[in-house]
Design a protein around this ligand. Structure first.
Ligand code: GLN
Length: 460
């Protein structure tokens, strides 16, 4: 009830929820109460969560924040949310996001932007102004809801940074697990070879508990991996002695603000003080990750989004024949950024360009993966980098709006991780000159989320 009334009071301001499931939340909470009264209940019994609008929730609003899925209520439940409910969690509602998870500011949502609960000058640090800031994206609703205490934790997804960048912009913790750790079944597909779900939470412990519930092998997603899910919470508080943390020189990008540099140094000092050995490393293909991502991700998206044709789901705009109906539905149903991705994707997959762009990007992807493999072969346990090149920026920022590539640069530190299929966590590590949260990122070996939780807990 406390969470529902907080949402009712504050959602108009933050626009974090696109649907609030009052009745369902109360029913699920009552069932949890009954279990707890009998001394029963799962790991998340009675814990109220927000669910990104990308996850299919049976009978409940599921639109990937797109107009084209108007009125869509799936007949089935995603594996991730089913796992959470099986452990006793309670659904508060569906969270705003960038349309089809394409974006870094939550401004591409059909439902309008989400407002970051943080303001410049918060807590008396730096220059106060009234400018509304973005929460990051695409999981902007998830991050804002967690930061504003409108849920105890949230589900999110990350194709190129969509868990870690909004976590960094809102002072929350977000982890993108290893590709295959979490089932993608029932999660609306953006770029299938990059997409992974994970939690956004208020601290590292909550993120560890949530990921344990979300993760599973699943016969309905053949890329999910059959490995036991460890007790992530148990890795918190373990010593860093004997661990080697790599600092990749290529992440020291041109024009990086001093405060990000300072934050990174501070993170290094925390880990060193906890007993870790700090090692300079090189990931030489880093600079090709962003351009390669913006070929691979749109290519897969253009194929995945072909299913929204006005026949099977959501919106249908009548036309004079079926082709006309497809065209009108897609013209009206998709927003600008989604159309841009479909056009880029279709172009790089078309005859004559496929070898020059798509095949080339796949080769670059292999080189990026090898960079990490080499570092891990040399004994590196985890890699520390900044999570984002800046703190949260303003809603309708002119620079970003006029040049989509500037927006894409937000993902410069996060996309490599998706290209290599590795786990990455963003953890709050300090504030900028205006008191806005800044995050660091730890990148791990495949299926070694435990080391990330352990190291992130030292930094938080
Ligand atoms: N911002 C990136 C994009 O727009 C990543 C989004 C994501 O991780 N879903 O593609």
């Amino acid at each position: 009830d406390a969470y529902l009334s907080a949402i009712d009071a504050a959602n108009e301001r933050f626009n974090a929820y696109v649907a609030v499931t009052h009745d369902q939340a109360r029913e699920m909470a009552a069932a949890s109460d009954a279990k707890l009264a009998k001394g029963e209940g799962g790991a998340l019994e009675g814990i109220p969560l927000g669910i990104k609008d990308l996850f299919a929730t049976k009978g409940v609003h599921t639109q990937a924040a797109s107009h084209i899925l108007d009125g869509f209520k799936p007949e089935y439940e995603s594996t991730v949310t089913a796992n959470l409910w099986a452990d006793g969690a309670v659904m508060l509602g569906k969270l705003n996001m960038d349309e089809f998870a394409m974006g870094s500011s939550n401004e591409t949502s059909y439902y309008g932007p989400v407002v970051n609960p943080w303001r410049r000058g918060a807590n008396g640090v730096g220059q106060a102004d009234n400018k509304l800031l973005v929460p990051g994206g695409s999981s902007g609703g998830s991050a804002a809801a967690v930061a504003a205490w409108l849920c105890a934790g949230a589900t999110a997804t990350d194709t190129g940074g969509s868990i870690r960048q909004p976590a960094a912009f809102t002072g929350t913790v977000g982890i993108k697990p290893t590709y295959g750790r979490v089932s993608r079944w029932g999660t609306v597909a953006f770029a299938s070879s990059l997409d992974q779900a994970g939690p956004i939470a208020r601290d590292v412990r909550d993120a560890a508990i949530l990921l344990k519930s979300m993760a599973s092998v699943d016969a309905k997603d053949t890329t999910s991996v059959d490995r036991p899910v460890p007790d992530y919470e148990a890795s918190l508080g373990q010593s860093m002695k004997g661990m080697k943390i790599g600092i990749p020189r290529e992440y020291r990008v041109d024009g990086m603000p001093d405060e990000i540099e300072k934050l990174w140094k501070q993170g290094i000092e925390y880990l060193r003080a906890a007993g870790a050995e700090i090692v300079d490393i090189s990931l030489p293909h880093t600079k090709y990750a962003l351009p390669a991502y913006y070929i691979v991700a749109p290519a897969e998206a253009s194929s995945n989004l072909a299913r929204y044709d006005g026949v099977r789901y959501g919106l249908r705009v009548p036309g004079k024949d079926i082709i006309d109906m497809y065209e009108k539905t897609r013209a009206e149903g998709f927003g600008r950024e989604v159309k841009r991705r479909i056009m880029i994707g279709t172009y790089v997959l078309s005859a004559g360009y496929y070898d020059a762009y798509y095949v080339q990007a796949q080769k670059v992807r292999t080189l990026i993966k090898r960079d990490f493999e080499n570092a891990y072969r040399d004994g590196i346990d985890a890699i520390l980098t900044p999570a984002t090149p800046s703190a949260a920026f303003g809603i309708a920022d002119e620079d970003m709006a006029s040049d989509p590539v500037k927006m894409y640069l937000n993902d410069i530190f996060t996309v490599t991780v998706n290209m290599a299929g590795l786990p990455g966590i963003a953890v709050p590590a300090g504030v900028d000159a205006n008191g806005l949260p800044l995050g660091l990122q730890l990148i791990g070996r495949p299926f070694d989320e435990e080391t990330l939780f352990r190291a992130a807990h030292v930094i938080e």
